[in-house]
Design a protein around this ligand. Structure first.
Ligand SMILES: Nc1ncnc2c1ncn2[C@@H]1O[C@H](COP(=O)(O)OP(=O)(O)OP(=O)(O)O)[C@@H](O)[C@H]1O
Ligand SMILES: [Mg+2]
Length: 251
């Protein structure tokens, strides 16, 4: 469904951050990218979504090359991206935020229908419909971001650290939502620092190091792999690797 080949991305000044990455996400699966801070995980998603100034390679969606398409065309074509920095409009209501997700939809009837579908999936958005989005908890705001994305009926959803800053119970809820969307046939590609829980909720995973894919395997195998544990689960000898549960220095 989503295929990136030889994806190379950077920000100018000649420094390449993502270096020749091959990555896939198929319908019905959750795929997680892990790697240390600065490994290039966010840049990889931005590279796929045509949001970095320097990029090479190819990106295809359902077999059609989309590398040169602008982000709004990608979104209209079924590829959605939820960035690492929270993107809720705090001074708009929950309902207004939700509607923003449908700004590319010309058909108002379709928009209303999709809002109904999404609200049925996330009842909290109905209960809090007329409140400012700023009043939602962190977890609820993430749900709103996901819900808003669903208005475009994407086939592939890329999420950059959906669990960041959330209490453990809410982390589970977010990953459960991600799984449910995969079961509905979407391809879910996420970047995560919450390594254990993310891999437990995933079908496959990629380990990114210095902008390159170092390991790529089924999620259960990655979870059991000493190399993953050493690097990303706090077991690195002689180092202070980020803990999988509460990454250090993260908000
Ligand atoms: N807008 C930018 N301009 C220039 N360099 C950038 C920009 N954004 C990121 N970088 C650099 O790219 C490298 C990779 O950053 P990136 O955000 O992709 O890492 P990451 O793996 O997502 O890290 P984190 O886990 O902290 O989110 C870093 O060295 C960073 O300084
Ligand atoms: Mg990042």
């Amino acid at each position: 469904m989503l295929e990136a080949r030889g994806l190379t991305a950077g920000y100018g000044g000649g420094r390449i951050i993502v270096d020749g990455v091959d990555i896939d996400a198929r319908a019905g699966e959750v795929v997680t990218i892990i790697g240390q801070n600065g490994a290039g995980k966010s840049t990889l998603l931005k590279g796929i979504f045509n949001m970095v100034p320097v990029r090479r390679g190819s990106v295809s969606l359902d077999g059609a090359e989309v590398f040169d398409q602008r982000p709004d065309r990608l979104l209209a074509g079924g590829l959605a991206y939820i960035p690492q920095n929270h993107s809720i409009f705090p001074k708009l209501t929950v309902a207004e935020n939700l509607r923003m997700g449908g700004f590319l939809l010309r058909d108002q009837r379709l928009l209303v229908e999709r809002i109904g579908e999404v609200e049925a999936m996330f009842p909290i958005l109905v209960e809090r419909r007329d409140e400012y989005a700023a009043g939602l908890s962190g977890g609820e705001q993430r749900m709103l971001e996901i819900a808003r994305t669903l208005l475009m009926a994407p086939k592939v959803i890329m999420l950059d650290e959906p669990s960041i800053g959330l209490a453990p119970r809410l982390v589970d809820q977010v990953f459960q939502t991600v799984r449910t969307l995969a079961e509905q046939g979407k391809a879910m590609l996420m970047v995560e620092q919450n390594v254990k829980k993310a891999l437990a909720a995933s079908d496959r995973g990629y380990v990114l190091e210095l902008g390159q894919v170092k390991l790529h395997d089924r999620a259960d195998r990655l979870l059991a792999d000493d190399r993953t544990a050493q690097l990303y689960m706090g077991a690195r000898p002689g180092g202070t690797a980020p803990s999988a549960e509460a990454p250090e220095g993260r908000p």
